[in-house]
Design a protein around this ligand. Structure first.
Ligand SMILES: C[S@@+](CC[C@H](N)C(=O)[O-])C[C@H]1O[C@@H](n2cnc3c(N)ncnc32)[C@H](O)[C@@H]1O
Length: 228
């Protein structure tokens, strides 16, 4: 399933995680946070917001309906957000509402061809690499690094099967246990863990600052730096 062909089609309806900064999560976000074991708001406030300047330029992979994009834009009053998705996310994010601060690129592959080179301070995603297999993750990270300024950073959420092993693959975490008996191209949560992710990041030329910021019980989030 996590083939590019599957990914290009699967999220056509526009995936949303709700308002990730709201003090009181709605029912859907509460359910996602129960599954991931953590708070989206706390993650954003502790790990993302302190790394943004008002004029930062941010590249976001896979915004869907834009739960994280709206949160990023809130803290980029003089900055810019570029998004890259297989879907036409401008129908949900409405770039015209943001005075030129938001550019949405619809793509068909992982080359990031329409995105300007060496332009971004931060490359961000949540809920995206967990659906990409490790070969595609390495391609995404390799091509995205060329778009980030030297010294710029990445905050990338990914699936972590070792954490799932520790949690015991319980139903409440939403990843079916029988995925363990299937190949990566048959499932929507392909194998990944911190060791594999570190290898992908380093092969793509990133310096791994932290392979997991420890924000979530089920999944991991890497903090990376593009060497100067
Ligand atoms: C599960 S949704 C998550 C949406 C949003 N980030 C959130 O957390 O609410 C995954 C989104 O990433 C996009 N996506 C997944 N892999 C991608 C890739 N390799 N390149 C571009 N977009 C991708 C999908 O089209 C979809 O819109």
């Amino acid at each position: 399933m996590p083939t590019l062909d599957w990914l290009r089609k699967e999220f056509h309806y526009g995936y949303s995680s709700g308002d990730v900064l709201a003090w009181f999560p709605d029912k859907h976000r509460r359910e996602e946070e129960r599954q991931i074991v953590g708070s989206y708001r706390r993650f954003f406030m502790r790990e993302v917001k302190p790394r943004l300047r008002p004029d930062s330029k941010v590249l976001e992979l896979g915004p869907g309906r834009g739960s994280w994009s709206r949160s990023l834009l809130k803290y980029l009053p003089k900055g810019e957000l570029h998004t890259v998705d297989f879907q036409d996310v401008s129908q949900w994010l409405q770039p015209k509402l943001y005075d030129g601060r938001l550019t949405c690129h619809q793509v068909t592959d992982n080359t990031m061809a329409p995105v300007p080179d060496a332009s971004f301070d931060l490359f961000f995603s949540l809920g995206v690499l967990c659906h990409n297999n490790s070969a595609d993750i390495q391609t995404v990270l390799t091509n995205a690094r060329k778009k980030v300024k030297p010294g710029g950073i990445a905050i990338q959420h990914y699936g972590d099967w070792k954490k799932l092993d520790t949690l015991g693959w319980a139903t409440r975490h939403n990843i079916p246990k029988d995925f363990k008996d299937k190949r990566d191209d048959e499932i929507w949560w392909p194998r990944n863990d911190q060791e594999t992710m570190r290898r992908c990041c380093e092969n793509a030329g990133w310096k791994v600052v932290s392979i997991d910021l420890g924000s979530f019980g089920r999944d991991s989030v890497a903090l990376l730096e593009n060497p100067r």
